[in-house]
Design a protein around this ligand. Sequence first.
Ligand code: PMP
Ligand code: GLN
Length: 383
Amino acid sequence: MLNLSIHSKLPHVGTTVFTVMSALAAKYKAINLGQGFPDFMMNPQLIALVNEAMQKGQNQYVHTNGLPLLRERITEKIQALYAARVNAETEITITPGGTYAIYTSLTTVLQPGDEVIVFEPAYDSYIPNIIINGAVPVLVPLTYPDYSIDWELVKTKISPNTKMIMLNTPHNPTGSVLSKYDIEQLRSVVKDTSIFILSDEVYEHLIFDDRQHESMLRYPDLLERSFVCFSFGKTYHCTGWKLGYCVAPAALMKEFRKVHQFNSFSCNSPVQFALATFMQQQDLYLQLGAAIQQKRDFFQLLMQQTKFKALPSYGSYFQLYSYAGITEENEKDLAVRITKQYRVATIPVSAFYNKEKDNKILRFCFVKKESTLEEAVSRLMKF
Ligand code: PMP
Ligand code: GLN
């Protein structure tokens, strides 16, 4: 008998909460406010452009670093939004999604034993991505209830082994965003060190209430040590297309590309051709924040009819709601019960912590049709 056994690189990892909750939602025919994806149609013009690219025969490998024209478009956008000059040839790589860009950045930099500062709650791929590279996540809790960064605490966690700080703004799952104060603090923490920054900015356009997105791209002294990761899926409401990109200084990008070329090599061609044309319409991404803010406000107003208490959301696809004082059930049990009993799926925020944590908070995705949100809330009113 063949006896093969794998010495697991991720012995403590199960199936991601998004897969679990979406499967449960499907099983119980629940409205899925769990996993972050829109339920409305994306822009049909972009679909037509992909179709056109396919019909024209733009179906073969593009350059390993990404279609040059698309990278040019990205530099134009970066220049317009963040007043930064990024070199399309040497400083941008198109990737199969934001998650891949994050994983590749970590793999490019990390050696066994390196420490990475991670703020919790954290997007669920970060810690496994660090561990698989033999590095060590150093967890720093965001301060409840506004989920801000306690920079004094960060300073105490920096050691000679600190290789990287991971940031995410706007933040998943909390909807918090970095401020100018945070940028100043970050500067003072990394100054005179050789610490890298990984900045997950997949929700760059989904920012509300006239706040400014504090991208690393705005700050040359931070950008020079940063890998900045983006996702077209989030921007253009096509999460299943899985296309993103990473921006980093040429010397860092050179190493990133060594990892990338032997992993995916290149990404979906017709989608890149289509986006290179579509991105010329800058007003589309400029309008996004206001459009998604409208959804947040609509949902928030409806949710006032339920027992849940809103925590502020300044960006992303998400809003947190507390059920403290309503039931003692833990987040996971309650999320499962609400899916089965009231047929609305959510995500327990405990899934974004390494160790079990129970603040009695659930995450709701509000990037849905108004009719979907209305039906979901009418069900939640019975809770
Ligand atoms: N980072 C965060 C914070 C996310 O919420 C997501 C989910 N889309 C990603 C990265 C990954 O994006 P993509 O789907 O393009 O891999
Ligand atoms: N980013 C999405 C979320 O937070 C999910 C992406 C995924 O399923 N991996 O809901």
